[in-house]
Design a binder for this molecule. Structure first.
Ligand code: ADE
Ligand code: ZN
Length: 345
């Protein structure tokens, strides 16, 4: 007879993939303090408790301000390497065997850091992490829609130049409500060059924002997409065309786009037949982790272990891994899930 197994232990042991997590937004307070000291950046707090108080976001603009302050502490290639190494260790500790990591290269190039040196540093950190802990990490440089198209040019060029360093897709982030029209061509060029695509939409704005991004950028996946729940036709289209949503429940609560996890549209989206994956977005900034995200969803919606297993499978299924490798990950996942379901009560 096996000992009773809690939801948290089950989720901890479940092999997981994460499709929506930002590298800069994964900077733990301890590393942020270390980098700020090293690079002479002054922050409004000089201890972890103070930083946690700073991470109480009034709204999205306030969040972006803090996000950019964290980004300013990354000055040298070794800083990026340290961040990626720390990130990889935390993914490995959570049994997240595959991650697609959003990254805002244009911010750093705008801060005067050399883009090729950043790519080299990140590439080395990825390779070392894979060799040492077996976790596979891929990069998604994001265009920032509230910045000028010149910054988007930098992002696209960097994405195309560094596929050998782990870039798999072009993304879009930043302030919704700013037109995406200037970026349609960037997405078309990325697609033509064989990159995959994803775009944040339907997080800060209503379903019209998802329609706009689908028309202009034609992404393979949508980041967040939670306001689709307000538009039954859109829900049907997302389900029929198999456009998956990368959902980040705690992020939505912390930024004020959902009242609570219990009232979050996650379950309504899933029931409408839309493919959803579970993600943490900017974990230390929202004081969460991928394990926490599965756990709060299980508590809010009463998911069984096999339902949690299906959710975890969905992330592998909708990953931007090459077809052959995705199949390998899925086969391994299915075998591990079967064992886990059989050996835990
Ligand atoms: N950049 C980092 N996190 C983001 C989010 N949740 N939405 C849009 N842009 C972001
Ligand atoms: Zn995001």
């Amino acid at each position: 007879m096996n000992a009773p197994f809690g939801v948290r232990q089950f989720v901890e042991q479940l092999p997981k993939a994460e499709l929506h997590v930002h590298l800069e937004g994964s900077m733990r307070p301890e590393l942020l303090l270390e980098l700020a000291r090293k690079r002479g950046v002054s922050l409004p707090a000089d201890d972890v408790a103070g930083l946690r108080r700073w991470f109480r976001f009034r709204d999205f603009a306030h969040f972006l301000e803090i996000y950019l302050a964290c980004s300013r502490c990354l000055r040298e290639p070794e800083d990026f390497q340290a961040l990626m190494t720390d990130f990889a260790a935390h993914q490995a500790a959570q049994n997240i065997v595959y991650s697609e990591v959003h990254f805002t290269i244009s911010t750093h190039v705008g801060n005067g850091v050399n883009g090729d040196e950043i790519a080299q540093a990140l590439g080395e950190a990825l390779t070392t992490a894979e060799a040492e802990s077996g976790v596979l990490i891929r990069l998604i440089p994001d265009i920032v829609r509230n910045l000028a198209p010149a910054a988007a040019d930098v992002t696209l060029e960097w994405a195309l130049a560094h596929r050998d360093k782990g870039v798999v897709a072009l993304g879009l982030a930043g302030l919704e409500g700013v037109s995406v029209a200037p970026f349609g061509e960037h997405f078309a060029l990325a697609r033509a060059a064989g990159l995959r695509t994803t775009a944040h939409a339907g997080e800060q704005c209503g379903p019209e924002s998802i329609h706009e991004v689908l028309e202009v950028c034609r992404p393979d996946r949508i980041g967040h997409g939670i306001s689709a729940v307000e538009d039954p036709d859109l829900l049907r289209a997302l389900a029929a065309e198999r456009i998956p949503l990368e959902v980040c429940p705690t992020s939505n609560v912390r930024l004020g786009y959902a009242e609570s996890v219990a009232r979050h549209p996650f379950e309504r989206l899933r029931r409408a037949g839309v493919a959803v994956s579970v993600n943490s977005d900017d974990p230390p900034l929202f004081e969460t982790s991928l394990i926490d995200e599965y756990q709060v969803l299980a508590a809010a919606f009463g998911y069984s272990r096999s339902q949690l297993g299906e959710l975890a499978r969905s992330a592998f299924e909708h990953s931007f891994l090459d077809d052959g490798l995705r199949e390998e990950y899925l086969e391994r996942f299915d075998a591990q899930l079967k064992t886990l379901l059989e050996t835990t009560v």
